[in-house]
Design a protein around this ligand. Structure first.
Ligand code: FE
Length: 205
């Protein structure tokens, strides 16, 4: 069966690769985006031609393969592409602060911004091995913090992802070596893009 190149592309970063320095260095971005993220794209483009996933949008590939043991290769690469693209959008130089309805939800469900920062960093550290820590919103608009292993993403479970931090070693080792807590505290305090989180929160189900 003739196959055409799969249409999965590596999205551009939302900022120059030195924009997050010194919290995340240009060197880390060059490996994390230019090697790791790109490799997931290259891998998926080898895995899906000729399959039922060849013409699906990325998000659909993730939801269609989640939890299927025989599709783990496709899921892992597709979900990691989605997770990384989402992660880059969660970061911005200078960060900002949550406002309005989202700030009220943080007060109501997480005990305030300081408690959020503490628990978000804590849960990122507590994720054993590789994975992600997430701020998510549920159908009833309550919000919560979740951690996931490897490529697993709350998006595939129909939850609205508001923010995430990658806690795979490749996310921090060049800048922080084994100090995952320092990486999480710095990113949570200085780089989280609260305007992006608000857009995600206000997006209906
Ligand atoms: Fe990563």
């Amino acid at each position: 069966m003739a196959t055409t190149p799969a249409p999965i592309t590596l999205p551009a970063l939302p900022w120059p690769d030195n924009a997050l320095d010194p919290v995340i260095s240009a060197n880390t971005i060059s490996f994390h985006y230019g090697k790791h993220h790109k490799t997931y794209v290259d891998n998926l483009n080898k895995l899906i031609p000729g399959t039922e996933y060849a013409d699906m949008p990325l998000e659909k590939i993730v939801t269609a393969t989640a939890g299927k043991a025989d599709k783990a290769g496709i899921f892992n690469n597709a979900a990691q592409i989605w997770n990384h693209t989402f992660f880059w959008a969660c970061l911005t130089p200078g960060g900002g602060k949550p406002k309005g309805e989202l700030m009220r939800a943080i007060d109501r469900d997480l005990g305030g911004l300081d408690k959020f920062k503490e628990k978000f960093a804590h849960d990122g550290v507590a994720q054993f091995g590789s994975g992600w820590v997430w701020l998510v919103a549920y159908d009833d608009d309550r919000i919560g913090i979740e951690k996931t292993p490897d490529a697993v993403t709350p998006m595939a479970e129909g939850k609205r992802c508001l923010l995430t931090i990658d806690v795979w070693e490749h996310a921090y080792y060049l800048d922080y070596q084994n100090r995952r807590p320092d990486f999480l505290t710095a990113v949570t305090g200085k780089l989280l893009n609260w305007d992006f989180a608000m857009q995600n929160f206000l997006r209906s189900g």
